[in-house]
Design a protein around this ligand. Sequence first.
Ligand SMILES: *Cc1c(COP(=O)(O)O)cnc(C)c1O
Length: 411
Amino acid sequence: MTETDVREVTGPRTFRNSTALVDNADPVWQAAADNGLINIAVDHESNNRLVVPATGHAFANMCSCSYLGLNRHPAVLDGVVKAVRDTGTIELMTSTTRIRPTIQLQLEEELGDLFGAHILLSTTCSTVTAGLLPLLASGHLAPGGPRVMIFDRYCHFSMSYVKATCAQESLVLTSGHNDIDFIADACRKYPSVAYIADGAYSMGGSAALEQLLELQDRYGLYLYLDDSHSLSIMGERGEGFVRSRTAPGPLTTIVTSLGKGFGSGGGLAMLHSAKQVELLARHGGPLGWSQNLSVPTIGAALGSAAIHRSPELGELQARLLANLAHFDELLPTPLSGNGLPVRRIDVGDAERAVRLSSELYQRGYYSSAVFFPIVPRGQAGLRVMIRSDMEHDELTTFAGHVTDLLAADPS
Ligand SMILES: *Cc1c(COP(=O)(O)O)cnc(C)c1O
């Protein structure tokens, strides 16, 4: 084989380039591994006390997405046991598109009522995105023909991961973060456009929803918004940032993970019509071919849904907000006061982020170092997620450590 032959089998790498990804990120992952910051196996006494059995090292989890602590709520755990006892199974192990247990139907109806939408359930939010976006690009999910797909530069990996597939169906573009002018220009240039973004961003901040809705009114812009980080924590019924401001419609789809604030597992799309649910179940790839939501997870979700209907939800949300306000006072960041639970302490350099995370871990706090490709190059930092089940004193102590360590290790 000649060198020319080898070059010919390299793909265009327009929307994915594993060499660049691995070459950039792996050294930092290795540094994290060398500092004992990944691959940690724990026993879970509470969200504030995880214990490594091998060494007895105990630490508080400062980066759990269980924002309301529902992952350990008795009603959620009871829901699991009840569902398994009632059905006597883990799952049907048959394509959901063909046969699904009535308890899943019950959950779909319950969530549909709670969030005011037609619900498509799946094992993860990533699966929903992988199945749905190509059918949005091709023009099957909504009328208007193939759609130009604009991905926000900061959208979650689960969405940008599907760019290459969408590019087989339509034109794929990447906008700057919240770059409304770019999106408006594309709306004027192309007949059919969709914008794909987080509602509440996994690295903090939110979509420019009001301006996006204006573009939708004016140009028929389709909005695909992933609100995994605001479900449960916002809205009277925990419907999240986007759903409390707008409804699923012919041009709006909201998707979310149930494996974060909601405290169960699984993912869903809030859709406009039963017809869309049917189309996705039949043609949405992994939505139909892969395993279905397991019965224990369905039970957990039913338990969590009941909490979402009770006054307890508002109490938990209020406790979260109080903890956020306390944290923001101790450690002001550009995200302070935004009402969302993700905070980033920017440190710039990836190695410094790993050093700080390692020092904090030794002092009993796990706060993840985030670096490219999780965040853009040169914007590494520590990611902290605030929960309702943290104590004020604990937050104060943690913030003290962060302040000390930043001063001791200047950039
Ligand atoms: C965590 C996350 C996901 C992944 O959710 P799964 O249900 O685990 O697939 C998707 N989107 C966003 C914005 C996330 O933060």
